[in-house]
Write a protein that binds this ligand. Structure first.
Ligand code: CAA
Length: 258
């Protein structure tokens, strides 16, 4: 698991912690970092020993966005042929819960990366933003669309059109950040939250993630039916019986993912 050049990977019980590691470029997402992120998410998605994932940029910075050096002479066709959407897709397809632990800047593609997570824990001094407009560009990895769905049209328009940065607390008020903690607690707090989730039935957890994600873009009746079916499916798992029995036996349930 540690054959990566610009990622550090650690395991804490059933939680994998992915740390972006390009400090000299403020963790800017160059091709190598995107490829490694894609590879690790593919590998963790099928690793039964990992039940939840934390992604972080470390103590100082989450990620300063796409690597701007890659943009200096790029043409439309070159950008097209990079097919960076394939790299993002491995994160989108990951069935396990992902928590972003954000310290420092999460800008452009960095903010978009955080928005690929299911939960965002931010340090009090973290700063978010989609500043692409300042480069004569626009967000290209979901910035307009994921923000829109998370915080609504009027805040999104303001943020993507002005490129202004916004604080962790403002992000929490808007509903972009799940929780703000002290800077030195961000990663620990995200890991503790991930461990808590990892102790539940992985089948139930993955169903909750899938239904919540898919339901966001479905009409309500269809989404409610999807939820109901997923709820019913869980009654065929050993974990569901274990959870109910443990409740009546007043003990902690041991979920085996079966
Ligand atoms: N790409 C490439 N290199 C970057 C970078 C980026 N996105 N962000 C920072 N760096 C590099 C700097 O060029 C600098 O390198 P040198 O030491 O060789 O000069 C180094 O990282 C340190 O940067 P700063 O000196 O600027 O550090 P700072 O702490 O003063 O400021 C910052 C940090 C506010 C993040 C600032 O670097 C910055 O504004 N970066 C650009 C942010 C940005 O515009 N992001 C959007 C990119 S476009 C995008 O993401 C498109 C998309 O939607 C996919």
């Amino acid at each position: 698991m540690n054959s990566y050049k610009v990622l550090k990977i650690a395991l804490h019980n059933d939680v994998a912690v992915i740390e972006l590691n390009r400090p000299e470029a403020r963790n800017a997402l160059n091709l190598e970092l995107r490829q490694e992120l894609s590879a690790i998410f593919q590998s963790l998605s099928t690793n039964a020993a990992v039940r939840a994932i934390v992604i972080t940029g470390g103590d100082k910075v989450f990620a300063a966005g796409a690597d701007i050096k890659d943009f200096t002479t790029a043409s439309t066709v070159q950008m097209y042929l990079r097919h960076t959407e394939h790299y993002w897709q491995s994160i989108i397809d990951c069935p396990k819960p992902i928590i972003a632990a954000v310290n420092g800047y999460a800008l452009g593609g960095g903010c978009e990366l955080a928005m690929h997570a299911d939960i965002i824990v931010a340090g009090r001094s973290a700063q978010f933003g989609q500043p692409e407009v300042k480069l004569g560009l626009m967000p290209g990895a979901g910035g307009t669309q994921r923000l829109l769905r998370a915080i609504g049209k009027f805040k999104t328009m303001q943020l993507v059109l002005t490129g202004q940065l916004f604080s962790a607390e403002a992000a929490e008020r808007m509903g972009l950040v799940s929780e703000v903690v002290e800077d030195d607690q961000t990663i620990q707090h995200a890991i503790a939250m991930a461990e808590r989730i990892a102790a539940f039935s992985p089948i139930a957890v993955q169903q909750i993630k899938e239904v919540t994600q898919l339901g966001q873009d479905l009409p309500l009746q269809g989404a409610l039916a999807l939820e109901r079916k997923a709820f019913q499916i869980l009654f065929d798992t050993q974990d569901q019986k274990e959870g109910v029995n443990a409740f009546f036996e007043k003990r902690t349930a041991q979920y085996r993912g079966e």
